[in-house]
Design a protein around this ligand. Structure first.
Ligand SMILES: [Zn+2]
Length: 483
């Protein structure tokens, strides 16, 4: 091994991959600069005002895939969808497996600008972390793919496996065009193994491999009590207003302990297996640490079924959460009885739950619990089921080995409360191809919140993980991943 490279001290380079590891290290200045360059583009997919920026981010991503040495790099377009970016390198031979590398280039809105310690789209280093919207979720994921591919091609002029890359542009809005996209492009993206770098590690310096994802669904409730707002002094006390009715309706969704009170909603949730419970127990859940990580205020208590651990509640149980409401603001409030209130409900769905069945149960509950005869309409939105993989198989083992080498410790086996709609449909389309969900964030990254950041040394380990993983997957035959 070269004496001159600045690899993290915990990294143990696998025998025979010294040259590739050295290239990852040598290219870090470029990797970092390219990441910052991507973070400067505000690719907020939910915002109609940022359509051009999401496209700019796709184009810049395509440039980097070309810089990495990929071929056939192009934007994949679908009517009305933000562009996806793809590229490939398919010269490892027919006996080598084909690996599909996934990340996404769109980002969440910035939230409250004052709560950022630096400008969200001006990447800024503080205390070993790079702050900026998308710095971790998921532009770091893109750059881990770029760094690994480029290191191999620079060191060897070849890759150990066939590689396809897909960088999505609508992940943060629930991938509404995924079905149509899959229909048109599945053949182009066909692969034996899928690697996603859009997940969270267990702790700083302690990598994570994720085996379950919750699904996601949403609904919009419209409550109406009057044809128009009326004077609260003249009529209040006898005539119901839509906001009081809505708050009673929302209060009916949960028991006093915060667990879900909707009949039937969680009936088909798959219970955690004994193995999964043992894995969770081995993580040593620390409620105080969770409080600290999410910055819960003093005196605020956890919610949910008290007979389940916090991690089980967050990974393997569903949620129903109001996330927005159309009502007058406090400064615009007048003395009127409101005639109409619209509320957005966001649900996370647990493994086992049938999204259609669960959301119908929710809609029925809302119709049954609306007080005083006020009118309620429920519009159900996008929904995706949870995803579960069975650990094991050659690809799984290769991922464990790669992470152990890069981080100097075995990965934690994790569930994830979040959702990546891409995973299930693509794995199914490729005959149940194994999906390796590899961590890139750490719990302090605050993805989706203010002051999102990437830990720079762990990012190096993530790039090394992927470089080692490509090598490890070469040993797993094309069919070696099922399990
Ligand atoms: Zn993400």
């Amino acid at each position: 091994m070269s004496e001159t490279t600045a690899l993290p001290s915990s990294t143990h380079v696998p025998d025979g991959l010294e040259d590739v590891a050295d290239q990852v290290a040598a290219q870090l200045p470029d990797t970092r600069a390219w990441l910052e360059d991507l973070v400067r583009i505000p690719s907020i997919s939910v915002s109609p005002d940022h359509v051009d920026q999401v496209r700019a981010s796709a184009e810049r991503t395509a440039e980097r895939l070309r810089d990495a040495g990929l071929e056939d790099v192009q934007l994949l377009e679908l009517e009305g969808a933000h562009p996806y970016v793809t590229g490939s390198w398919l010269h490892a031979g027919p006996d080598a497996p084909t690996v599909l590398l996934y990340a996404h280039h769109d980002v969440q809105p910035v939230g409250t600008p004052d709560r950022w310690g630096s400008e969200p789209f001006t990447p800024t280093e503080r205390d070993g972390r790079l702050f900026g919207r998308g710095a971790a979720d998921d532009k770091a994921g893109i750059m881990a793919h770029v760094a690994a591919i480029r290191a191999w091609l620079t060191a060897r002029g070849t890759l150990p496996v066939n590689v396809k890359v897909i960088i999505e542009g609508e992940e943060e809005i629930g991938s509404p065009h995924l079905g149509a996209f899959l229909e048109r492009y599945a053949e182009l993206l066909q692969a034996d193994v899928i690697v996603l770098t859009d997940l969270v590690n267990w702790k700083l310096g302690w990598p994570g491999l994720t085996t379950t994802l919750r699904g996601m669904a949403d609904a919009t409730i419209t409550v109406r009590s009057l044809e128009q707002p009326v004077h609260s002094g003249m009529w209040g006390g006898a005539v119901p207003d839509a906001l009081t009715a809505t708050t009673r309706l929302l209060a009916s969704l949960h028991h006093d302990d915060g667990s879900i009170a909707v009949a039937g909603f969680a009936d088909d949730v798959r219970p955690m297996s004994d193995d999964e419970r043992a894995q969770v127990a081995a993580l040593g859940e620390d409620p105080d640490e969770i409080r600290h990580e999410v910055r819960m205020l003093d005196g605020v208590r956890f919610v949910g079924d008290p007979d389940r651990t916090l991690l089980e509640r967050m990974w393997a149980q569903p949620t129903i959460t109001p996330t927005g409401m159309d009502v007058p603001s406090v400064s615009d409030a007048s003395n009127t009885l409101l005639a109409r209130v619209d509320t957005k409900l966001s649900c996370r769905l647990a493994p086992g739950q049938d999204p259609d069945r669960a959301m119908e149960a929710l809609a029925q509950h809302l119709r049954d619990h609306t007080p005083w005869g006020v009118h309620v309409e429920v519009a159900l939105g996008e929904r995706n089921p949870a995803w579960v993989m069975e650990p094991g198989g050659a690809a799984w083992d290769a991922a464990i080995d790669a992470m152990a080498a890069a981080y100097g410790r075995d990965p934690a086996i994790l569930g994830c409360g979040g959702s990546i709609p891409f995973v299930g449909p693509f794995s199914d389309a490729f005959g149940g191809a194994p999906c390796l969900l590899v961590g890139i964030e750490d719990p302090a990254s605050n993805a989706h919140g203010e002051d999102e950041s990437l830990h720079l040394e762990d990012f190096v380990k993530a790039c090394l993980t992927e470089a080692f993983l490509l090598g490890g997957l070469a040993g797993s035959a094309a069919t070696g991943g099922e399990g």
